[in-house]
Design a protein around this ligand. Structure first.
Ligand SMILES: [Zn+2]
Ligand SMILES: [Zn+2]
Length: 253
């Protein structure tokens, strides 16, 4: 928005994906983490380090559940050698002074600037606590990101009347096939059913929240067995009559 990038979650490869999306790494001003599962935070530190090694020279505010402050400190310690070398050898500003980590523990207002007002809501994603969804109210539209959650009334409230809801989704008929390939089948099945949202549920949630556009994201299963876009679309369509989009990497809306 207006040349500023707001990054929501930092899974593996987020810096590379930003470059592929033609977004300048130095344009990052804010990072929002929904929860501390590695598919959402593995590259939190790497994104900032790689951006700084490129051209980031301005402050970044990072928001997320505890222990974000400690994670930030430990990441900087882990990479201390590289960081010190580049400060001395390449004249870069100290990275430590550019990252401000803010821990959030409850729903409510998170931050506001000239472009956007950000609000968080607690969602249900056991055993990871707390886990958040975020709403971004911009002058031209409002966007809600569910993070990972089972069906959540807090999320329905947060997403009320939003233009775009990006929501995770799970396709039950393919779950047994996915689980059969895992050695930890029993506990994985229990986690998925207790902590995520099915295709039927996500359609009902989008309808209840009255959103204009629903974007499916964070697909379970995401790899094997591979499901075509039509399968996801058809699984949600009966429960939501608005604009329905099956998300993919580098999708622009
Ligand atoms: Zn998760
Ligand atoms: Zn996840």
């Amino acid at each position: 928005m207006n040349g500023v990038s707001y990054v929501i979650d930092c899974g593996n490869g987020v810096a590379r994906q930003m470059v592929l999306a033609k977004l300048k790494l130095a344009s990052i001003r804010n990072v929002f983490l929904t929860h501390h599962h590695s598919d959402h935070n593995a590259d939190y530190g790497n994104l900032l380090l790689l951006s700084w090694e490129t051209d980031l020279a301005t402050r970044v505010d990072a928001y997320g559940p505890p222990p974000l402050v400690e994670m930030t400190r430990l990441f900087l310690a882990l990479n201390d050698y590289d960081i010190r070398t580049r400060i001395a050898d390449e004249g870069r500003p100290p990275l430590r002074g550019l990252i401000a980590a803010h821990e959030i523990t409850a729903g409510g207002p998170v931050m506001q600037d000239d472009n956007v007002k950000v609000t968080a809501a607690l969602v249900d994603h056991p055993p990871v606590k707390p886990a958040f969804a975020y709403r971004f109210d911009c002058p031209d539209r409002s966007i809600v990101i569910s993070g990972d959650t089972r069906p959540s009334q807090n999320l329905v409230k947060l997403a009320q009347g939003a233009d775009v809801l990006v929501h995770e989704v799970m396709y039950l008929p393919a779950l047994e096939q996915l689980i059969a390939t895992e050695t930890n089948a029993k506990t994985l099945r229990e986690h998925l059913l207790a902590s995520h949202t099915t295709s039927e549920q996500v359609g009902r949630i989008a309808t209840e929240a009255g959103v204009k556009t629903l974007v499916l994201s964070h697909f379970v299963p995401g790899g094997y067995p591979f499901l075509k876009d039509e399968v996801w679309f058809d699984a949600v369509r009966p429960y939501f009559s608005g604009n329905l989009i099956v998300g993919r990497d580098l999708l622009e809306l």
